[in-house]
Write a new protein. Sequence first.
Length: 243
Amino acid sequence: MKVKSKLLSSCQSIRGNYRKKNQDRALCMTADSKGELFAVACVCDGIGSFEMSELASKLVIDGVRNWFLGMEDRFYTLSQQDLLDDMEETLYELNELVCEYQEGHRITIGCTMSLLLIVGMKYFIFHVGDSRIYIVEDGMYQLTVDEVVQTCKDGKIKSYLSNHIGKTRNLWLNRSEGLLHNGNLLVLGTDGLFKNLRYDDIDVLRTKLRSQKDIEAVNDWIIQLVLARGERDNISCILLYLL
């Protein structure tokens, strides 16, 4: 299907003002071949209780980057199902790679992963953990489910990840899909982004996205906003806008 849409994108990941290092990793790559959009965006958040979890985030992001580069010139020759199957198999292999790294180096690492694949005017989500993907239309709608369990300890409710890359070789991978329309804004981020971000912040800026310069400026503004509101975690934010 030929598309008339233009895809603007911006990707940022920062350590923030309080953490000693950035355990997040983020990636956004786009192509427009033979009139059809093709893009991948992915955020990973290293498990903070595991000291070297930025390694897990890096292994996943590097693997997704390599997958996209291998598919960029031939995605339009594959069936949609073959493309999705290849993406899914790659993610299982990357989880296996993280597990092997843990065993080989005798350390524990892991990360969340929220991945968005755009093919034409459809999106496909592959998700593990509690990073998030939203679509902004007449509201801000979460497209992923936070994979957490809640427990009560000393009268306080605490949330713990129930699923992450590297937890087990038998990866529990959640998938979903949907249609895109001109004017849709997709926001991917780690929990350091969304704890201090509201729909009103995004909605007032969405109509101002007309160029690559605009979307880069909006991403900068969003990150500075959550920092000003006191965010202490690493912050990753990916914006994709269909113009």
